[in-house]
Design a protein around this ligand. Structure first.
Ligand code: AMP
Length: 229
């Protein structure tokens, strides 16, 4: 355990499970990567897992493709199966930051049940909140390295050389589903289920609300402060 996590005990069976919730563009992925490094926990991002499956042309990827291209959520059964498998891998043995999962109450219930069966539970749900009008503008500037997956933003987190990945020099790309019309579709379809997930955990009193309009480092600090209780 690092000093940064305040020495707080993990859930009963030892693993520390944190959930990051936020709309597309709220900074969820960026915060998850920072927290994963700071706290030494695996970063499990359902969107990345689906995109990897698409690149590999696996059966899962092919089944998810049509939903992702429309900005819809992938059906729960497919998503739950994929994510639970990921959560049981050795990489997540110390704990994990869940980014993008659960996105529906059905997924949350499946996750809660799986964890409970192992004597585990979610320690905290971190909700990163940004007004809708700012989200679409933010997402338009997002770029990603197609080779190593590192995310950038043309304004707030640019690479050292414009359009090139700092790690491997690959030409940065815009995700198909980051195009403004798809972003608007994703927001319209995904915000209500997300609010229902937050409400589900609100009943357990474990939700930390964070203002996502602050600079990236300030958001990370606020989250860590909230974790220290
Ligand atoms: P993200 O990178 O988290 O925005 O995810 C990209 C896309 O993957 C989403 O628009 C959905 O189509 C799909 N996806 C990711 N996570 C989930 C989830 N938990 N449930 C259903 N679909 C998901």
């Amino acid at each position: 355990m690092t000093a940064a996590d305040g020495g707080r005990a993990a859930s009963s069976a030892g693993r520390r499970i944190l959930l990051l919730v936020g709309s597309v563009g709220a900074g969820k992925g960026t915060q998850a990567a920072a927290l994963s490094k700071e706290l030494g926990l695996a970063h499990l991002a359902s969107g990345n897992l689906f995109r990897q499956a698409l690149r590999e042309g696996s059966e899962l990827g092919e089944r998810a493709r049509v939903y992702m291209e429309r900005g819809d959520l992938v059906p729960d059964d497919l998503t739950i199966e994929m994510f639970m498998e990921e959560l049981s891998r050795p990489a997540a043995a110390r704990g994990a930051i869940l980014d993008g999962f659960p996105r529906t109450v059905a997924q949350a219930l499946a996750l809660d049940a799986t964890l409970a069966a192992r004597g585990e539970q979610i320690e905290q749900v971190i909700s990163i909140e940004v007004p809708v009008e700012e989200l679409v503008a933010r997402v338009a500037g997002r770029r990603v390295c197609p080779r190593c997956g590192t995310p950038y933003h043309v304004d707030s987190d640019p690479p050292r050389v414009a359009g090139r990945c700092d790690n491997d020099g690959a030409e940065l790309q815009q995700r198909d589903d980051d195009r403004p019309e798809v972003v608007r579709a994703r927001l319209a379809k995904q915000v209500v289920p997300m609010l229902e997930v937050i409400e589900h955990y609100e009943q357990r009193g474990i939700v930390q609300h964070v203002d996502g309009r602050q600079p990236i480092d300030a958001v990370t600090d606020k989250i860590l402060e909230g974790l220290r209780g």
